[in-house]
Design a protein around this ligand. Structure first.
Ligand code: RIB
Ligand code: CA
Length: 317
């Protein structure tokens, strides 16, 4: 039985690859909808980019919703310097066929959680700032027991920050939303920079994807080639960390990852460290372990899974 999920994202090339990976596994993941949020680029572009991925994957059955256009409290910060002006530079960007749903993403999340019949509930997979998820929790607390798990890309421990010296981008953009989500009491599995930096999209890995010779794999190779240039220079590594697909790979093949139950809290006030995630990996605080923190991954296994799922699009074309 496929697991019902809602993917909340800010495409961004890595979000786009996460969507394409999820769309290629309908036997495992029932993507009830894609909700979008301002983050890597403004909302008008993240919602368009998500719709484009639905077109590319041939998954017009998946509705796309626009959510919050700015964080709860902070001013919006975007990352065109990483992702390009379109947010998914590296492929041709056009007006999508897939229409945008009229309902607000937050209302879609609430309505779906309250109405879905799966007794285990629905899994939320946020790969951008957590604004939509936090708004849904605040607007309708009755959704809490209907959430099976929240699988987040965000945060950092030993890796330090990528947008400030101490904060990872998704959490830095909306630290107040992250605080609401981390306190919600439902199972949370979190993929921070400590694990995503273990899966760089190297030239060899991109070449293997490009060799699949189908339009989806070609688009992934194009996006990752563009996306890799900034982080390769910044970190001196071959390729950029493939952050967001870690969430989907975990849902498809959890044994690829090692996690540890930890208390995780977020700094919301300090101008210097706002968005910092304090991960109590050694349990020094004695505070409740609210997060399964991912800290190790089988990187080759991750790319075998990604490449094999992208190859499924060859059969379709
Ligand atoms: O810090 C990496 C995260 O920020 C990824 O989700 C990327 O897409 C950006 O949203
Ligand atoms: Ca993202």
């Amino acid at each position: 039985m496929a697991r019902p999920v809602i993917i909340d994202c800010d495409p961004g090339q890595d979000d786009a690859v996460a969507l394409l990976l999820a769309f290629a596994a309908p036997e495992a993941l029932d993507v009830l909808g894609v909700t979008t949020v301002a983050g890597n680029v403004p909302l008008a572009l993240t919602q368009r980019n998500a719709r484009l991925m639905v077109d590319l994957a041939g998954r017009r059955d998946v509705p796309v919703f626009a959510g919050c256009a700015r964080p709860l409290v902070c001013e919006l910060v975007t990352a065109e310097y990483v992702h390009g002006q379109t947010g998914i530079d590296g492929i041709e960007v056009r007006e999508p066929e897939q229409p945008l749903e009229p309902r607000h993403a937050v209302d879609f999340i609430i309505d779906t959680l309250l109405s879905h019949t799966d007794p285990e509930g629905v899994t939320l997979v946020p790969t951008g700032p957590l604004t939509n998820i936090a708004m849904a929790l605040v607007k309708e607390p009755r959704i809490v027991p209907r959430i099976r798990e929240i699988v987040i890309m965000g945060g950092a421990m030993r890796e330090g920050g990528n947008h400030t010296p101490s904060a990872e981008f998704n959490i830095r953009v909306d630290p107040h939303a992250a605080d609401v989500v981390l306190r919600c009491g439902r199972p949370i599995t979190m993929f921070g920079l400590d694990v995503t930096h273990q899966v760089p999209a190297t030239r060899e890995r991109i070449a293997r994807i490009a060799a699949l010779d189908n339009p989806v794999a070609a688009a992934v190779a194009g996006m990752l080639s563009f996306y890799g240039r900034f982080d390769s220079r910044k970190y001196g590594m071959d390729g950029a960390p493939l952050h967001d697909p870690c969430t989907i790979a975990y849902l498809l093949s959890p044994d690829l990852f090692e996690t540890r139950a930890c208390h995780v809290a977020v700094e919301t006030d300090s101008p210097l460290t706002r968005g910092h995630t304090a991960v109590d990996f050694w349990h020094v605080t004695g505070l409740p372990e609210n997060v399964h923190w991912a800290h190790r991954v089988d990187a080759d296994g991750f790319y075998r899974l990604l490449t094999a799922r992208l190859d499924r699009y060859s059969a379709k074309t």
